[in-house]
Write a protein that binds this ligand. Sequence first.
Ligand SMILES: *[C@@H]1O[C@H](CO)[C@@H](O)[C@H](O)[C@H]1NC(C)=O
Ligand SMILES: *[C@@H]1O[C@H](CO)[C@@H](O)[C@H](O)[C@H]1NC(C)=O
Ligand SMILES: *[C@@H]1O[C@H](CO)[C@@H](O)[C@H](O)[C@H]1NC(C)=O
Ligand SMILES: *[C@@H]1O[C@H](CO)[C@@H](O)[C@H](O)[C@H]1NC(C)=O
Length: 311
Amino acid sequence: MGKNRFGVAVAVAFLALIHVSVSIPFVMIHGISAECSDKTNSNFPRLLTNLSGSHGFCLEIGNGKSDSWLMPLSKQAEILCDKVKNIEELRQGYNIVARSQGNLIARGLIEFCDNGPKVYNYISLAGPHAGISSVPWCGKGIWCVEADKLIEKDIYTEYVQDHLAPSGYIKIPTAITKYLQSSKYLPKLNNEIPNQRNATYKDRFTSLQNLVLVKFQNDTVIVPNDSSWFGFYSDGANQPLLSAQQTKLYTEDWIGLKTLDVAGKVKFVSVPGGHLRMATSDIVKYVVPYLQNQPSSIQRLNREKKETLRH
Ligand SMILES: *[C@@H]1O[C@H](CO)[C@@H](O)[C@H](O)[C@H]1NC(C)=O
Ligand SMILES: *[C@@H]1O[C@H](CO)[C@@H](O)[C@H](O)[C@H]1NC(C)=O
Ligand SMILES: *[C@@H]1O[C@H](CO)[C@@H](O)[C@H](O)[C@H]1NC(C)=O
Ligand SMILES: *[C@@H]1O[C@H](CO)[C@@H](O)[C@H](O)[C@H]1NC(C)=O
């Protein structure tokens, strides 16, 4: 009898513990020319935590800023895959907020990371998902000398592909054959190569609960800015610009974007402002609700309750 009551008390305490810990954590992935310790990227996860009540943090890759330019994206995604698998807090699943180039690493994490923890909601801010047709400006960092030299060379050579991160998502509409043959990242990520489409990447991307694609109306870094919604130029020319729904990636559903959209899980959000310049009111409206994540918390709680009852 006494032993039984003790068991019940333990079970109740355990359920209470699960209840307070249901808020799903989030990770933030920064963009190019940035690092977790800079002002913007250290403040942003804190702001999101303050607004949502969910814990989150920025995940760094290598040494930050210069690696964001010079390390190929496949390697960057691999590093994050290893990282998330070793973070205890993320074991039960997590949400992702990614900025600019960080979105291609985020999608690498979702699509390529074998045995990684589950990703529930993915909020993409200014992601160059369908590629960009010109290289962003490096600026004045010392590594920019190297980056600039690489940009001047043929972007689809093996050397540039292996040493300049943005070369992984530069898609020159008039050089599609070369792009499909020699670009080492985006064609794989978008399942673009006809006889090399991998159903696992699609399954994983399709298992997201929500995909929020935020496009910035005055974005001059992501060219075309519609790439943040998976829109891009048609093959062969800089005209016409196709909306996401007009691209083959969507109509033939290479990565599950259409499946997700038909299921009502994709939010196409357009906000005023330049690259990544998001008003707090828009953050509250379009980002925060997906970090609070009620439905999945409840599902998770039910699942854990069932597991508890089984034991
Ligand atoms: C988050 O909230 C803390 C505590 O109220 C505050 O000190 C901090 O400035 C806030 N940070 C951001 C980025 O909003
Ligand atoms: C597809 O990707 C998965 C996961 O990375 C991998 O295990 C599998 O071998 C790939 N399939 C093909 C046909 O390449
Ligand atoms: C954003 O894309 C639209 C086309 O969809 C274009 O009309 C507009 O000029 C672009 N904005 C900027 C700042 O380039
Ligand atoms: C967007 O760009 C236009 C034209 O340059 C400018 O008039 C407008 O103020 C900009 N809006 C925002 C929100 O940055």
